[in-house]
Design a protein around this ligand. Structure first.
Ligand code: HEC
Length: 117
């Protein structure tokens, strides 16, 4: 009986620890997302945040919902008209992949920019 109680206690402790861990992870993720203006964690987030938030608010970018073709035009326009340094090919691909995935016309990102999604 004693041993049985002990194992129950162990299982309970493990469950509580596990639940707390998951909760902390979710909280940390939400906090991190808030730091990035609501941008979901994924490959390319750092690049978009860094390259596209350098001259203007990142919200100016995140409030858009554009197709990849239009995002490509925006990048061309930033370089041609706004003195942005052209991105290296791999950075460009990451930026476009990320913007297409989360800031396309369907705007998959949860709290993107100032606009309610
Ligand atoms: C070298 C500075 C610079 C960088 C870097 C830059 N922009 Fe811009 N961007 C501007 C300026 C200047 C404007 C127009 C003035 C304003 O509204 O603040 C602008 C405006 C915009 C607009 C508003 C609509 C438009 O076409 O005018 C969008 C969208 C945009 N930028 C997206 C981006 C994206 C995406 C990136 C990253 C790939 C980026 N910008 C990086 C300078 C920059």
């Amino acid at each position: 009986m004693r041993r049985f109680c002990l194992s129950i206690a162990c299982v309970l402790v493990a469950c509580v620890a596990l639940a707390a861990g998951t909760e902390n992870d979710a909280r940390a993720e939400a906090q991190e997302e808030a730091l990035f203006g609501g941008m979901p964690a994924d490959e390319g987030r750092l690049e978009v945040f860094g390259f596209c938030g350098a001259c203007h608010s990142i919200d100016l970018v995140l409030q858009q919902g554009l197709t990849r073709a239009v995002w490509e035009e925006v990048l061309v326009e930033m370089v041609r008209d706004q003195e942005m340094a052209p991105l290296r090919d791999d950075d460009r691909r990451k930026v476009l992949d990320y913007l297409e995935k989360y800031y396309g016309p369907d705007r998959r990102a949860r709290n993107s920019g100032n606009n309610p999604a």
